[in-house]
Design a protein. Structure first.
Length: 150
């Protein structure tokens, strides 16, 4: 299996491109009772790191404030031979910065709706008022692309 595993791994450039072009990630944090808390999130990538914004009072923020360790998964594929993904373990950082939340919101508007900053600015400013940024810092990464095995 080790040989097969090495055939399907993505290299650093493939990982970066895949994460930047994908649409949804699954954010994993740990609830107060030790159980995983998994939620889908929209995101943008700045300086090689996944950035999201969410409500300050959200469960995931509470979880990160208690324990910053978490995971992030981006995956796709409908059949075994098309499965592809990147799984990362690392730490989340909460950043209470409206300018950063605005930057994430504008980038997300462009990514998900094709809107320009001018088109999205008023909505994003209103949306991010009660939000904080979540920045994911990966420590360990696993990847797979079954399309590589033919």
């Amino acid at each position: 299996m080790g040989n097969q595993r090495s055939k399907i791994q993505l290299d650093a450039n493939e990982i970066a491109g895949y994460i930047a072009s994908s649409m949804t990630c699954i954010v994993g944090t740990t609830n107060h009772d030790g159980y995983p808390h998994l939620v889908p999130m929209w995101y943008s990538v700045f300086d090689g790191l996944v950035h999201m914004h969410t409500y300050k009072s959200s469960q995931k923020v509470k979880n990160i404030e208690r324990d910053d360790r978490g995971s992030l998964l981006v995956e796709d594929g409908q059949t075994y031979d098309t499965l592809r993904g990147v799984f990362m373990r690392g730490r989340y950082r909460i950043v209470d910065d409206q300018d950063l939340c605005y930057r994430i919101g504008v980038a997300n508007a462009a990514k998900y709706t094709g809107a320009t900053e001018e088109q999205a600015a008023d909505f994003v400013r209103m949306q991010v008022r009660k939000r904080v940024a979540m920045v994911f810092h990966p420590e360990k990464t696993s990847s797979w692309d079954h399309r590589k095995i033919g």
